[in-house]
Design a protein around this ligand. Structure first.
Ligand SMILES: NC(=O)c1ccc[n+]([C@@H]2O[C@H](COP(=O)([O-])OP(=O)(O)OC[C@H]3O[C@@H](n4cnc5c(N)ncnc54)[C@H](OP(=O)(O)O)[C@@H]3O)[C@@H](O)[C@H]2O)c1
Length: 343
């Protein structure tokens, strides 16, 4: 029977100890109902992969499982779905049960859509999670509108680069942060005002030099774990405006409780007791058929261009280098593993 290779999470820990490169996995004789078999061309890494690897015990993470969720590939077995053999697709697995850092992946057909023809497989591999997250944050949750000013913290993250492009496409004024090395990249995407967060403490800077008018919405696309940007937001976020974060998972899970307590106290207390009087929320990305198709549509019409930080080959040394790059938290765009050459 045909075998294939994949990177399998086997235990809790850092990727170098916790992920095994298995070369003898068996292709299924029969692909389960509602699933398809995909030959993977490229996979992009997301922080959630290594964060869960480092924080969750085996029974909660349901290990062993193949790592990662984003994918671009070719349909091998459409299994009665709307796809045909040879279709080029992209998408993101909805569950760790269906990992994509592998030569083949069995995936629900509902998490895939045709790959936009204006991007390569390497570019398409990194689109689904970050573009869907940014779209759902800005459009579904924050309801941004043309003419509003949107503040995007972490404009050079995978999510942030998508958010910047979506907000500009929707006619918003965008103020975005990153370190100075990413200034030109963000200005090239149409950012109206760039803030180098390394030059001075961000919150102090926003309080002492507040925007006029105040921001209509704040999206933290870096997933910073310090709640100060929210707790002080009345100084720079308009009344009725909302603060949304992409993630609040600290390296040490023990810190999570204290952080959330501060946020909830800020949300629930009246202002005379130190409350914030601004809405707070966290986006949790949905990766269903419509969500992936929306991403494909945004990319096909040129509203969002894929931005790839770096590409690594599928051998173990390079895959570990890819994780190291992602874990620096300073990639500007997607970290992609190319599994096979384009066809
Ligand atoms: N909730 C959800 O459904 C969901 C979905 C996807 C992602 N996420 C979360 O969203 C966050 C971003 O994910 P990603 O894949 O986009 O990350 P990423 O691409 O790995 O983020 C790296 C970028 O973050 C920037 N950055 C790091 N620290 C920063 C800071 N203090 N202020 C501003 N920018 C900073 C870096 O810019 P410089 O190099 O210039 O510092 C770098 O460009 C993560 O926490 C992730 O877990 C959540």
């Amino acid at each position: 029977m045909a075998t294939y290779s994949a990177y399998v999470a086997i235990q809790k820990g850092n990727p170098s100890q916790a992920i095994e490169f298995k070369t003898d996995l068996q292709l299924p004789k029969q692909v389960p109902k509602d699933n398809v078999l995909v030959k993977v061309q490229a996979t992009a890494l997301n922080p959630v992969g290594y964060k869960l690897l480092r924080s969750l015990p085996n029974f909660m993470a349901r290990r062993p499982h193949v790592m990662e969720q984003d994918v671009a590939g070719i349909i091998v077995d459409p299994n009665g779905s709307e796809f045909s053999v040879g279709d080029k697709v992209f998408g993101a697995s909805p569950s760790p049960k269906f990992g994509t850092l592998a030569q083949y992946a069995v995936l629900p057909s509902s998490c895939l859509a045709p790959k936009p023809t204006n991007v390569s497989a390497v570019e398409a591999a990194g689109l689904a999670t970050v573009v869907a997250t940014a779209y759902q944050a800005l459009v579904t949750n924050l309801h941004i509108e043309s003419g509003q000013t949107v503040f995007i913290n972490g404009g050079s993250s995978g999510v942030g680069l998508s958010a910047v492009q979506i907000a500009k496409f929707m006619g918003c004024k965008v103020v975005a942060t990153a370190s100075g090395k990413n200034k030109e990249l963000l200005l090239s995407l149409g950012v109206d005002e760039f803030i180098d967060y390394t030059e001075a403490p961000l919150v102090t800077r926003l309080i002492s030099n507040p925007p006029s008018p105040k921001f209509h919405a704040i999206f933290d696309a870096a997933g910073i774990t310090d709640p100060a940007l929210y707790l002080n937001s009345a100084s720079y976020l308009a009344p009725g405006g909302a603060y949304l974060t992409a993630g609040t998972l600290p390296k040490d899970l023990n810190e999570l409780g204290g952080m959330l307590r501060q946020v909830f106290e800020g949300m629930l207390r009246p202002t005379w007791l130190g409350g914030v009087s601004r809405k707070y929320g966290m986006v949790v990305v949905k990766l269903g058929k419509k969500d992936i198709e929306t991403v494909g549509d945004l990319v096909s019409k040129g509203a969002v261009k894929p931005i790839v930080d770096s590409v690594y080959s599928f051998d173990r040394d390079n895959v570990m280098k890819a994780y190291e790059k992602l874990m620096t938290k300073h990639a500007a765009g997607k970290v992609v593993v190319k599994v096979m050459d384009e066809e």
